[in-house]
Write a new protein. Structure first.
Length: 121
C-alpha cells in the first residue's frame, strides 16, 4: 500500500520536474551584486532550472537547520528526562533488591520457642 502511494505521488512529481527542466533550459544571468557594479566574481550564467533547483535545495537545508535549532529545547528536555528515568529505574531496582534481601533474612530467622519455666533438673 505504501509503495502504491509513493508511486502515485513520486511519478507525477518526477514528470513535473523533468518537464520544468526541459522547458527552462535557457541560460540566464545571475548576479549576487545588489549595486549593479559589474564584478565578474559575483556574476555567472546557468540554466534557469539549475538555479531553481539550487534555490530549492538551499531553502530545504536552511529550513532544516532552522527547525533543528528551534527544537533544541525539546531535545535537551528529552535527554534530561531520559537521564532522570534511568536514575529512578536504578534506584527502584536497588530498593527492590534490598526489600527482597530483607524479606529473605526475615524468613530465614526461625523464631525459637521460649521456655517460660526453666527445665526441671
Amino acid at each position: 500500500m505504501r509503495n502504491l502511494f509513493r508511486a502515485i505521488i513520486l511519478i507525477p512529481l518526477a514528470l513535473l520536474i523533468v518537464a520544468f527542466a526541459v522547458a527552462n533550459r535557457q541560460t540566464v544571468a545571475f548576479t549576487l551584486d545588489p549595486f549593479g557594479i559589474s564584478a565578474t566574481a559575483l556574476n555567472f550564467q546557468a540554466p534557469l532550472f539549475a538555479l531553481s533547483f539550487a534555490l530549492v535545495i538551499v531553502g530545504v537545508i536552511l529550513g532544516g537547520i532552522a527547525t533543528w535549532l528551534k527544537q533544541s529545547h525539546w531535545r535537551r528536555a528529552a535527554r534530561t528526562l531520559d537521564a532522570e528515568t534511568r536514575k529512578l529505574r536504578n534506584d527502584n531496582e536497588q530498593l527492590r533488591r534490598r526489600a527482597e534481601m530483607a524479606e529473605a533474612a526475615a524468613l530465614s530467622r526461625v523464631e525459637q520457642p521460649r521456655l517460660m519455666h526453666p527445665p526441671a533438673a
